[in-house]
Design a protein around this ligand. Structure first.
Ligand SMILES: C[C@](O)(C(=O)O)[C@H](CC(=O)O)C(=O)O
Length: 285
């Protein structure tokens, strides 16, 4: 089933944030049906930097291709601003689609963008963003590849302006709508009442961010069709590493870390080592 078909179903789709092939494998193993390749999480893990527009098009594209080597799950990819104007957007869409993206998310911030839950964001004009969405739609090779339109207007121009932008982006042909950083349950309900009958809506669950956290069931009842948990993975990894490094540093051994680790065989199980090695025997001389 394609992501497009899956989003037609009533049951909400949960896409955890991933940032490399390993996190993608772990999410697949946990039973998720789709993945969200988070720009923020690539910045956190690859650059050790915040989500402030430092990650380049090529780094994201390469990450997508690497994930695609290891999983067939649908991937929603965070393309930030599309890395430039409408022409850049077209190149981004073509390359990300070829690298294996099932959905490509574009937002209406100026460049360099910043995390939707940080203060001090700025927007491009709605008309320019409409042009970018149209450029994205024209550039994709398949209409099964979805274009997710995100507006960051709530924090900049207010909630009404965000709804107006949502309307314009929907009219431009966006396949999924993402009103970023809505502030409370009432705003969430207004968004879904206005748009849910016309387009799948994405909810963004950022732990400690501007939007109240809800579980998948609650989001489905409100009317969302897709829920991403983009940064939670790295926050969990950071927590695990803190404990792991703390113990190793303190005791000079991993004895005390045993309960926090997969053992050698379990990790090879995640990686599929045995099957890979067996497969390679076919080519032995
Ligand atoms: C969705 C997001 O764009 C991302 O890069 O994953 C971020 C998430 C985050 O910073 O945790 C966002 O701007 O909401």
């Amino acid at each position: 089933m394609t992501l497009k078909q899956r989003l037609l179903q009533q049951q909400i789709l949960i896409a955890p944030g991933v940032y490399d092939a390993f996190s993608a494998l772990m999410a697949e193993r946990a039973g998720f049906e789709a993945l969200y390749l988070s720009g923020a999480s690539i910045a956190y893990t690859r650059l050790g930097a915040p989500d402030i527009g430092l990650v380049s098009f090529a780094e994201v594209c390469e990450t997508m291709a690497t994930i695609r080597e290891r999983t067939a799950l649908p991937v929603i990819i965070d393309a930030d601003t599309g890395y430039g104007n409408a022409l850049n957007v077209q190149r981004t869409v073509r390359r990300f689609e070829r690298a294996g993206a099932s959905a490509i998310q574009l937002e209406d911030q100026t460049s360099p963008k910043r995390c939707g839950h940080l203060d001090g964001k700025q927007l491009i004009g709605a008309a320019e963003m409409v042009g970018k969405i149209r450029a994205a739609l024209d550039a994709r090779a398949s209409d099964q590849t979805l274009i997710v339109a995100r507006t960051d207007a709530v924090a900049v121009d207010g909630f009404e302006a965000a709804l107006d932008r949502g309307e314009a982006y929907l009219e431009a042909g966006a396949d999924v709508l993402f009103i970023e950083a809505v502030r409370d349950a009432a705003q969430m309900r207004i968004v879904t009442e206005r748009f849910a009958s016309r387009v799948p809506l994405l909810a963004n669950m950022v732990e400690g961010g501007k939007t109240p956290l809800k579980n998948a069931q609650e989001l489905q009842e409100i009317g969302y069709r897709l829920a991403i948990f983009p940064g939670g993975t790295v926050r969990a990894v950071a927590h695990a590493l803190e404990a792991y490094f703390g113990e190793l540093r303190q005791s000079g051994s991993n004895k005390g870390n045993a309960g926090r680790m997969l053992d050698f065989d379990a990790l090879n199980g995640v990686l599929g080592t045995q099957a890979i090695l067996e497969g390679s025997r076919r080519y032995e001389g």
